[in-house]
Design a protein around this ligand. Sequence first.
Ligand code: DQA
Length: 137
Amino acid sequence: MKIQIINGPNLNLLGTREKSIYGESGFEPFLAELKSSYHSVDIQYFQSNIEGELINKLHEIGFSYDGIIFNAGAYTHTSLAIADAIAAINTPVIEVHISNVYSREEYRHKSMMAKNCKGIITGFGLHSYRLALESFL
Ligand code: DQA
């Protein structure tokens, strides 16, 4: 099984950025742990702060992978282009968030991409990614 994790803008700063919301851990140590718990799954990781690069990655792997776990960061709430890219590909996408976006500012309650995703997991910290992976398995 091939799973792609995609992180969008500012998620390269996990472990440094707003720790009270996003936690103390960087993504890389968490990813290493995830890969070692799921040896049989081919887990690929991509992060970009650039909207077009996120779309290019969806196009590149969205016809051959079994699942995409996607935290689009703030683009979740704004990007019609990302929502359209998810609609255009075949691989199912799960929208994930580290924080519970529904307990935060109202502008985070709207997801442009949600209707094109298989489901949403929000508010479980980095564990949100693990839950998304479990759902593909
Ligand atoms: C986030 C929530 C978004 O509203 C925010 O812009 C992020 C991170 C999360 O994982 O909780 O960058 O996607």
